[in-house]
Write a protein that binds this ligand. Structure first.
Ligand SMILES: C[C@@H](CNC(=O)c1ccc(S(N)(=O)=O)cc1)Cn1ccc2ccccc21
Ligand SMILES: [Zn+2]
Length: 261
Protein backbone atom coordinates (compact mmCIF):
# COMPACT_ATOMS: atom_id res chain seq x y z
CA UNK A 1 0.00 0.00 0.00
CA UNK A 2 2.77 2.40 -0.97
CA UNK A 3 0.57 5.14 -2.20
CA UNK A 4 -0.82 6.31 1.07
CA UNK A 5 1.16 4.60 3.82
CA UNK A 6 4.38 6.55 3.20
CA UNK A 7 2.31 9.68 2.55
CA UNK A 8 0.83 9.53 6.01
CA UNK A 9 4.17 10.63 7.46
CA UNK A 10 5.51 12.68 4.58
CA UNK A 11 3.87 16.06 4.70
CA UNK A 12 6.08 17.80 2.17
CA UNK A 13 5.71 21.57 2.03
CA UNK A 14 3.20 21.81 -0.76
CA UNK A 15 4.17 25.39 -1.70
CA UNK A 16 7.46 24.00 -3.12
CA UNK A 17 5.61 21.66 -5.52
CA UNK A 18 6.10 22.63 -9.17
CA UNK A 19 2.36 22.36 -9.69
CA UNK A 20 1.38 25.15 -7.31
CA UNK A 21 -2.36 25.46 -7.21
CA UNK A 22 -3.79 28.63 -5.64
CA UNK A 23 -5.72 30.11 -8.56
CA UNK A 24 -4.83 26.96 -10.51
CA UNK A 25 -5.94 26.53 -14.10
CA UNK A 26 -6.87 22.84 -13.97
CA UNK A 27 -8.66 22.28 -10.68
CA UNK A 28 -11.22 19.57 -9.85
CA UNK A 29 -14.07 18.76 -9.46
CA UNK A 30 -16.13 20.34 -12.24
CA UNK A 31 -19.65 20.22 -13.66
CA UNK A 32 -19.66 18.25 -16.93
CA UNK A 33 -22.07 19.84 -19.41
CA UNK A 34 -23.13 17.53 -22.23
CA UNK A 35 -23.38 20.54 -24.54
CA UNK A 36 -19.71 21.54 -24.03
CA UNK A 37 -18.23 18.03 -24.11
CA UNK A 38 -16.68 16.92 -27.38
CA UNK A 39 -16.81 13.36 -28.73
CA UNK A 40 -13.22 12.31 -29.48
CA UNK A 41 -13.32 9.28 -31.84
CA UNK A 42 -9.59 8.69 -31.22
CA UNK A 43 -10.18 7.87 -27.55
CA UNK A 44 -9.42 4.18 -26.95
CA UNK A 45 -11.42 1.86 -24.73
CA UNK A 46 -10.23 1.76 -21.13
CA UNK A 47 -8.12 -1.28 -20.24
CA UNK A 48 -8.71 -2.11 -16.58
CA UNK A 49 -7.06 -5.20 -15.04
CA UNK A 50 -7.39 -5.52 -11.25
CA UNK A 51 -5.95 -8.43 -9.24
CA UNK A 52 -7.95 -8.96 -6.00
CA UNK A 53 -4.79 -10.35 -4.36
CA UNK A 54 -3.27 -6.86 -4.34
CA UNK A 55 -5.98 -5.59 -1.99
CA UNK A 56 -4.47 -5.13 1.49
CA UNK A 57 -6.37 -2.94 3.97
CA UNK A 58 -8.90 -0.24 4.71
CA UNK A 59 -7.76 2.97 6.42
CA UNK A 60 -9.84 5.84 7.82
CA UNK A 61 -7.60 8.84 7.09
CA UNK A 62 -9.94 11.39 8.67
CA UNK A 63 -11.22 12.51 5.30
CA UNK A 64 -12.61 9.33 3.72
CA UNK A 65 -11.88 5.63 4.02
CA UNK A 66 -9.23 4.30 1.65
CA UNK A 67 -9.15 0.72 0.38
CA UNK A 68 -5.44 0.29 -0.28
CA UNK A 69 -3.59 -1.93 -2.73
CA UNK A 70 -0.06 -3.30 -2.91
CA UNK A 71 1.32 -1.13 -5.72
CA UNK A 72 4.85 -2.57 -5.70
CA UNK A 73 4.23 -4.37 -9.03
CA UNK A 74 2.04 -3.86 -12.10
CA UNK A 75 -0.62 -6.37 -11.02
CA UNK A 76 -3.60 -4.00 -10.90
CA UNK A 77 -3.40 -1.56 -13.78
CA UNK A 78 -5.26 0.97 -15.90
CA UNK A 79 -4.27 1.91 -19.46
CA UNK A 80 -5.89 2.90 -22.74
CA UNK A 81 -8.60 5.55 -22.84
CA UNK A 82 -6.88 8.96 -22.96
CA UNK A 83 -3.74 7.60 -21.29
CA UNK A 84 -0.36 7.30 -23.01
CA UNK A 85 1.16 5.17 -20.25
CA UNK A 86 0.26 2.36 -17.82
CA UNK A 87 -0.99 3.39 -14.39
CA UNK A 88 -0.96 1.32 -11.20
CA UNK A 89 -3.95 1.13 -8.81
CA UNK A 90 -2.93 2.28 -5.33
CA UNK A 91 -6.22 3.01 -3.55
CA UNK A 92 -9.90 3.73 -3.93
CA UNK A 93 -12.15 5.85 -1.75
CA UNK A 94 -15.50 7.62 -1.87
CA UNK A 95 -17.07 11.04 -1.31
CA UNK A 96 -20.62 11.25 0.02
CA UNK A 97 -23.18 13.56 1.65
CA UNK A 98 -25.21 13.78 4.84
CA UNK A 99 -28.27 12.97 2.70
CA UNK A 100 -28.85 11.41 -0.71
CA UNK A 101 -29.40 14.90 -2.15
CA UNK A 102 -25.67 15.70 -2.07
CA UNK A 103 -22.39 13.79 -2.09
CA UNK A 104 -20.71 13.60 -5.48
CA UNK A 105 -17.82 15.91 -6.44
CA UNK A 106 -18.45 15.96 -10.19
CA UNK A 107 -21.93 16.59 -11.62
CA UNK A 108 -23.48 15.93 -15.03
CA UNK A 109 -25.42 18.94 -16.30
CA UNK A 110 -25.76 19.96 -12.66
CA UNK A 111 -27.08 16.56 -11.55
CA UNK A 112 -25.63 15.56 -8.17
CA UNK A 113 -25.31 11.96 -7.02
CA UNK A 114 -25.36 10.74 -3.41
CA UNK A 115 -21.79 9.47 -3.65
CA UNK A 116 -18.78 9.16 -5.97
CA UNK A 117 -16.11 6.43 -6.11
CA UNK A 118 -12.51 7.37 -7.00
CA UNK A 119 -10.07 4.66 -8.14
CA UNK A 120 -6.62 6.25 -7.85
CA UNK A 121 -3.73 5.15 -10.11
CA UNK A 122 -0.18 6.48 -10.68
CA UNK A 123 1.96 6.45 -13.82
CA UNK A 124 4.29 3.51 -13.25
CA UNK A 125 5.72 3.75 -16.78
CA UNK A 126 7.40 7.08 -16.01
CA UNK A 127 7.70 7.36 -12.23
CA UNK A 128 9.01 5.18 -9.41
CA UNK A 129 6.33 5.84 -6.81
CA UNK A 130 2.97 7.47 -6.18
CA UNK A 131 4.68 10.19 -4.16
CA UNK A 132 6.86 11.13 -7.14
CA UNK A 133 3.97 10.88 -9.61
CA UNK A 134 1.64 13.09 -7.54
CA UNK A 135 3.86 16.06 -8.45
CA UNK A 136 3.76 15.51 -12.23
CA UNK A 137 1.22 16.75 -14.77
CA UNK A 138 0.77 13.20 -16.12
CA UNK A 139 1.37 11.47 -12.81
CA UNK A 140 -2.10 10.26 -11.81
CA UNK A 141 -5.28 8.87 -13.34
CA UNK A 142 -8.49 8.68 -11.33
CA UNK A 143 -11.53 6.71 -12.53
CA UNK A 144 -14.70 8.20 -11.03
CA UNK A 145 -17.97 6.26 -10.76
CA UNK A 146 -21.21 7.83 -9.54
CA UNK A 147 -23.32 5.94 -6.99
CA UNK A 148 -27.11 6.17 -7.02
CA UNK A 149 -29.65 4.76 -4.57
CA UNK A 150 -31.34 1.61 -5.82
CA UNK A 151 -30.90 -2.09 -5.37
CA UNK A 152 -28.38 -3.49 -2.91
CA UNK A 153 -24.88 -3.91 -4.41
CA UNK A 154 -23.80 -7.43 -3.46
CA UNK A 155 -20.12 -6.80 -4.22
CA UNK A 156 -20.05 -3.66 -2.04
CA UNK A 157 -21.44 -5.48 1.00
CA UNK A 158 -18.06 -7.04 1.93
CA UNK A 159 -16.67 -3.50 2.13
CA UNK A 160 -19.71 -2.16 4.03
CA UNK A 161 -19.35 -4.96 6.61
CA UNK A 162 -15.73 -3.96 7.27
CA UNK A 163 -16.46 -0.25 7.87
CA UNK A 164 -17.41 -0.44 11.58
CA UNK A 165 -13.82 -1.61 12.23
CA UNK A 166 -12.48 1.70 10.84
CA UNK A 167 -15.08 4.00 12.44
CA UNK A 168 -12.45 6.39 13.87
CA UNK A 169 -9.78 8.46 12.12
CA UNK A 170 -6.42 6.62 11.82
CA UNK A 171 -7.95 3.18 12.31
CA UNK A 172 -6.83 0.43 9.91
CA UNK A 173 -8.21 -3.03 9.29
CA UNK A 174 -6.95 -5.84 7.07
CA UNK A 175 -9.05 -6.18 3.92
CA UNK A 176 -8.09 -8.69 1.21
CA UNK A 177 -9.34 -10.48 -1.90
CA UNK A 178 -11.57 -7.68 -3.06
CA UNK A 179 -11.86 -6.92 -6.78
CA UNK A 180 -12.93 -3.29 -7.34
CA UNK A 181 -13.98 -4.19 -10.90
CA UNK A 182 -17.31 -5.19 -9.32
CA UNK A 183 -17.87 -1.47 -8.62
CA UNK A 184 -17.59 -0.48 -12.31
CA UNK A 185 -20.69 -0.05 -14.45
CA UNK A 186 -21.00 -2.40 -17.43
CA UNK A 187 -21.33 0.55 -19.82
CA UNK A 188 -17.91 1.51 -21.24
CA UNK A 189 -18.77 5.16 -21.94
CA UNK A 190 -16.78 7.89 -20.13
CA UNK A 191 -15.78 11.54 -20.15
CA UNK A 192 -12.18 12.66 -19.60
CA UNK A 193 -10.47 15.95 -18.73
CA UNK A 194 -7.25 17.21 -17.13
CA UNK A 195 -7.63 18.17 -13.48
CA UNK A 196 -6.34 17.95 -9.95
CA UNK A 197 -6.61 16.18 -6.63
CA UNK A 198 -9.80 17.34 -4.90
CA UNK A 199 -8.13 17.41 -1.47
CA UNK A 200 -4.84 19.00 -0.40
CA UNK A 201 -2.28 19.27 -1.91
CA UNK A 202 -4.72 19.77 -4.85
CA UNK A 203 -1.84 19.14 -7.27
CA UNK A 204 -2.74 19.42 -10.96
CA UNK A 205 -1.59 15.92 -11.80
CA UNK A 206 -4.79 14.00 -12.55
CA UNK A 207 -6.21 12.63 -15.79
CA UNK A 208 -9.88 12.32 -14.79
CA UNK A 209 -11.94 9.53 -16.34
CA UNK A 210 -15.61 9.86 -15.35
CA UNK A 211 -17.88 6.89 -16.13
CA UNK A 212 -21.13 7.95 -17.74
CA UNK A 213 -23.37 5.41 -15.99
CA UNK A 214 -23.76 5.21 -12.19
CA UNK A 215 -23.79 2.00 -10.17
CA UNK A 216 -26.64 1.27 -7.75
CA UNK A 217 -26.20 0.78 -4.01
CA UNK A 218 -28.95 0.51 -1.41
CA UNK A 219 -29.93 3.32 0.96
CA UNK A 220 -28.84 1.15 3.91
CA UNK A 221 -25.41 0.46 2.39
CA UNK A 222 -24.73 4.17 1.91
CA UNK A 223 -26.00 4.88 5.44
CA UNK A 224 -23.08 2.82 6.80
CA UNK A 225 -20.63 5.26 5.11
CA UNK A 226 -22.23 8.02 7.21
CA UNK A 227 -21.61 6.05 10.41
CA UNK A 228 -17.87 6.69 10.00
CA UNK A 229 -16.24 9.52 11.94
CA UNK A 230 -13.85 12.31 10.95
CA UNK A 231 -12.50 12.20 14.50
CA UNK A 232 -10.17 9.77 16.23
CA UNK A 233 -11.13 7.63 19.20
CA UNK A 234 -9.41 9.94 21.71
CA UNK A 235 -11.22 13.13 20.64
CA UNK A 236 -14.15 13.99 22.88
CA UNK A 237 -16.37 15.40 20.11
CA UNK A 238 -17.23 12.71 17.55
CA UNK A 239 -17.97 14.23 14.13
CA UNK A 240 -19.86 12.13 11.57
CA UNK A 241 -17.93 11.67 8.31
CA UNK A 242 -20.28 13.27 5.75
CA UNK A 243 -20.11 15.96 3.05
CA UNK A 244 -16.44 15.15 2.31
CA UNK A 245 -16.66 16.60 -1.18
CA UNK A 246 -14.95 19.68 -2.62
CA UNK A 247 -16.92 22.53 -4.21
CA UNK A 248 -16.78 22.74 -7.99
CA UNK A 249 -13.98 24.66 -9.72
CA UNK A 250 -13.90 26.83 -12.87
CA UNK A 251 -13.44 24.93 -16.14
CA UNK A 252 -11.09 27.66 -17.45
CA UNK A 253 -9.87 26.81 -20.97
CA UNK A 254 -10.36 23.03 -20.69
CA UNK A 255 -12.34 20.72 -22.95
CA UNK A 256 -14.17 17.69 -21.61
CA UNK A 257 -13.96 14.88 -24.16
CA UNK A 258 -16.40 11.98 -24.38
CA UNK A 259 -15.67 8.45 -25.58
CA UNK A 260 -19.19 8.29 -27.03
CA UNK A 261 -21.25 10.39 -29.39
C1 LIG B 1 -1.06 13.34 -1.97
C2 LIG B 1 -1.53 13.39 -0.52
C3 LIG B 1 -2.50 12.24 -0.29
N1 LIG B 1 -3.68 12.45 -1.09
C4 LIG B 1 -4.02 11.55 -2.05
O1 LIG B 1 -3.35 10.57 -2.24
C5 LIG B 1 -5.26 11.81 -2.85
C6 LIG B 1 -5.61 10.90 -3.84
C7 LIG B 1 -6.76 11.13 -4.62
C8 LIG B 1 -7.56 12.24 -4.37
S1 LIG B 1 -9.01 12.52 -5.35
N2 LIG B 1 -10.23 12.85 -4.36
O2 LIG B 1 -8.73 13.68 -6.16
O3 LIG B 1 -9.26 11.28 -6.06
C9 LIG B 1 -7.21 13.15 -3.39
C10 LIG B 1 -6.04 12.94 -2.62
C11 LIG B 1 -0.32 13.24 0.42
N3 LIG B 1 0.52 14.43 0.30
C12 LIG B 1 0.23 15.58 0.96
C13 LIG B 1 1.21 16.52 0.61
C14 LIG B 1 2.08 15.91 -0.31
C15 LIG B 1 3.20 16.39 -1.01
C16 LIG B 1 3.88 15.49 -1.88
C17 LIG B 1 3.43 14.17 -2.04
C18 LIG B 1 2.30 13.73 -1.35
C19 LIG B 1 1.63 14.59 -0.50
ZN1 LIG C 1 -11.61 11.46 -4.23
Amino acid sequence: AGCSYKLRHQLHPVWQSPLSVPGGRRQSPINITLRDSLHDPHLKPLKIRYDPNTCTQIWNNGYSFLVEFDDSTDKSTLSGGPLLNQYRLCQFHFHWGESNAVGSEHTIDGTLFPAELHLVHWNSSKYKSFEEAVMEGDGLAVVAVFLKIGKRHEGLQKLVDALPAVRHKDSVVEFTSFNPSCLLPTCLDYWTYSGSLTTPPLTESVAWIIKKRPVEVSHDQLAVFRSLLFTSADEEEQKSMVNNFRLQQPLMNRTVRSSFS
